[in-house]
Design a protein. Structure first.
Length: 367
């Protein structure tokens, strides 16, 4: 079977797959449900005629119809439909060993070549390594050079429990993060150097399974946001705009859908537009030679506004997400330049549902 179009795949289990680094993984029920319920999401950024791999085709058709959002005229397919099929390209939420094993097993071809000839294990290992939180320290140092008075951010990577204890004693209030996790999972907080027995067990287990832990001083978080980008194979990186979102205990709860000027106005209450432009350019300069020749696709850099004794400052690299993000989705879901601001969020009411609401109803929660 030949589909001379792209195949889009919503695989929100991507971050879990990175943590395992294996072809066969067992997903929590909530992730399976999330994937099945929202598998249609790529229709918001796909092109007419493109295919989207979903678990349940009839469900995806009905779910997309209820979104009431402009979208591409797509074809939903399941795993049986794509066996031995050929596509012009594959656009997943994120690349990982588990996804590629599934594609190889399906016998998919991309422009006449087997999928594992295009995305081989060495590239997957490279992507997994760069997605490790240990790499935030290098980017932080590069971004903050010369502007330390208006930025902040330190990140340490430890491979044994004793070094974790030393950092806890030094900074008192710290944040411990597993190398790979998402949406608040794999993050723990320590206050007054007090590492409980249960937290000690968790930390030692992560070090054993994932090789280490990322440790950061605790910062007075005022507001979460991100910058979204797209990397081309020649090393050129496009800046795609801001992502202004809300979280609850580290878990994503919603994104603002609005013009770039509207989002900039929100963040400029705390930080200058000149600083944002400088940071965006430094991110592109830093990652361009790293991603050149092997990574083509979207990525995002999570940031936060931090309250300090000198006012508001910027933490410019809380996390590197080498995949599509909900910020990219929000930018794709925007109707037109003059449309009023909205909040895009996901709710669970029997099933996971994507919802859009007038910003006035939920303004306080987001801003």
């Amino acid at each position: 079977m030949h589909f001379l179009v792209k195949l889009h795949i919503f695989n929100p289990e991507h971050d879990i797959a990175l943590a395992y680094g294996e072809e066969n993984i067992t997903l929590p029920h909530t992730i399976q449900e999330f994937k099945m319920n929202l598998g249609y999401i790529p229709a918001l950024w796909a092109n007419d005629g493109d295919c989207i791999l979903v678990d349940d085709v009839p469900y995806a058709i009905k779910a997309l119809a209820k979104v009431h959002r402009p979208h591409a005229d797509v074809v939903f397919v399941n795993k049986d439909d794509i066996k031995g099929a050929e596509f012009a390209g594959i656009e997943p939420w994120g690349w990982d060993h588990s996804l590629c094993a599934m594609l190889t097993k399906s016998g998919i071809k991309i422009n006449g070549r087997n999928s594992n000839q295009i995305i081989d294990n060495s590239l997957l290992d490279k992507l997994r390594d760069l997605s490790n939180r240990k790499h935030t320290s290098g980017m932080l140092e590069y971004i903050c050079k010369g502007i330390e008075n208006i930025t902040c951010g330190k990140s340490f990577y430890v491979t044994n429990f004793d070094n974790l204890l030393k950092l806890a004693n030094q900074y008192k209030h710290i944040v411990i993060k597993a190398p790979w996790s998402s949406s608040g999972r794999g993050i723990r907080y320590v206050t007054d150097s007090n590492i409980s027995q249960s937290l000690s067990g968790w930390a030692k287990n992560i070090i054993k399974r994932q090789g280490g832990l990322s440790v950061e001083p605790y910062y007075n978080r005022i507001k979460d946001f991100a910058m979204e980008f797209y990397s081309h194979e020649d090393g050129h990186i496009d800046y795609c705009g801001l992502s202004v979102f809300s979280t609850d205990c580290g878990t994503y709860t919603g994104n603002i859908i609005a013009s770039e000027s509207y989002k900039e106005e929100i963040i400029s209450k705390y930080l200058s537009k000149e600083l944002l432009a400088l940071v965006s350019q430094r991110i592109q300069n830093y990652l361009s030679p790293i991603l050149k020749d092997w990574y083509r696709g979207p990525f995002g850099i999570d940031m936060m506004v931090v309250g300090s004794n000198n006012g508001f400052i910027l933490h410019p690299c809380v996390e590197i997400n080498l995949r599509r993000t909900m910020g990219h989705v929000a930018n794709s879901a925007r109707v037109d330049a003059n449309a009023p601001a909205e909040l895009m969020h996901i709710i669970h009411d029997v099933n996971y549902l994507l919802r859009f609401e007038s910003i006035e109803k939920t303004f306080v929660k987001v801003i």
